[in-house]
Design a protein. Structure first.
Length: 333
């Protein structure tokens, strides 16, 4: 069964923190452009419709949903036309701009329309709780200089050049905590005023991989806070082992993901002038290659080729779509 349906079955009940529900609802009622949404998609119309329905099912749904379509086919366009809902809008990019390019377009469209808060949506990662938006928007109301909120986040290790999950001890209790990075699959909601003031802050040339981290580091440097709900983050931490084990057993090769992750992290570390971390990450990748060689020579050679290609492209400042991605989902009837 597809990953999206497993997630929806795994955790779909509401969390019940101390949320000022009436205040959030009043903000949405009094301000016509309070909460907008975009979803970036690529050849996943069979997942996208379910994700849109999950967003509609939220206790506090957005006022508008823009579909940013990176697809080469017209399948997604046709699905949206058949879906035929007044608040669902469609934008065809015309080529595969990757998540980074799609997010840049989505942020600009929604911010230009004057929305205060913008949901950064992913076609296969709908909100995991029925009241996710309601909970997260409550933090935007109660926090000064809030740049973004999400359901979970990561710590950025500046010494090693890696992102890490926060430990249980950091996530216990009620309320929210500040983090270094909120990934795109964490029901990320971004401050629209911040985007209008400073631009989209997205490096579209990254194409795929850590574009959210690059964005978040810029947001924090501007003095804004990144907040996640503790209960949601703790639930995600508890489920991460199950999900990771499932993904490790997938038949879809992930070397291309490793290529983009390594290449883009090198760019980010250079931009942040974290040269020791850049060296540490390169050594870590070499160790990973050694492990793969012990497992399988052919696998080790394949991973090594991708890592070397990523490093060479970093040296020569080659960005964008350089390695063709592979869809991790197989279309089913």
């Amino acid at each position: 069964m597809l990953y999206i349906f497993e997630i929806l079955l795994l955790i779909k009940e509401e969390h019940n923190p101390n949320v000022d529900i009436e205040c959030i609802k009043n903000m949405g009622t009094n301000n016509q452009n309070f909460f907008g949404c975009f979803i970036v998609t690529y050849e996943r119309e069979f997942l996208l419709e379910k994700t849109i329905q999950a967003i509609f099912s939220q206790t506090f749904p957005p006022e508008i949903i823009w579909i940013i379509d990176n697809s080469e086919s017209l399948n997604t366009k046709q699905m949206i036309e058949q879906f035929n809902h007044s608040i669902v809008k469609y934008y065809r990019v015309g080529y595969n701009a990757g998540p980074a390019g799609g997010v840049a377009i989505g942020l600009k469209i929604i911010s230009d329309a004057g929305y205060q808060w913008i949901y950064w949506g992913d076609d296969d990662n709908p909100p995991k709780f029925l009241n996710t938006f309601e909970i997260l928007l409550n933090y935007t109301h109660n926090t000064n200089n809030c740049g973004a909120v999400g359901s979970f986040g990561y710590f950025f290790d500046k010494k090693r050049g890696v992102t890490k999950r926060y430990p249980y001890s950091y996530l216990k209790g009620a309320g929210c905590v500040e983090v270094d990075n909120i990934p795109g699959d964490a029901s990320k909601i971004v401050n629209g005023d911040m985007i209008r003031k400073y631009g989209t802050l997205i490096d579209s040339d990254l194409f795929f991989g850590f574009e959210e981290l690059d964005f978040d580091l810029k947001v924090k440097r501007l003095g804004y806070k990144l907040l996640v709900d503790k209960n949601m983050a703790l639930t995600d931490l508890e489920n991460s082992l199950v999900i990771n084990n499932r993904e490790k057993n997938t038949s879809i090769s992930n070397e291309w993901r490793s290529y983009y992750s390594y290449r883009n992290m090198l760019y980010i570390l250079k931009k942040q002038k974290l040269y020791n971390a850049l060296f540490a990450l390169t050594v870590h990748r070499f160790k990973i290659n050694v492990v793969y060689f012990f497992d399988s020579f052919s696998k080790g050679m394949k991973v090594l080729q991708y890592h070397l290609l990523a490093f060479i492209h970093f040296i020569f400042n080659k960005k964008g779509l350089t390695v063709k991605p592979k869809n991790k989902y197989l279309k089913t009837n």
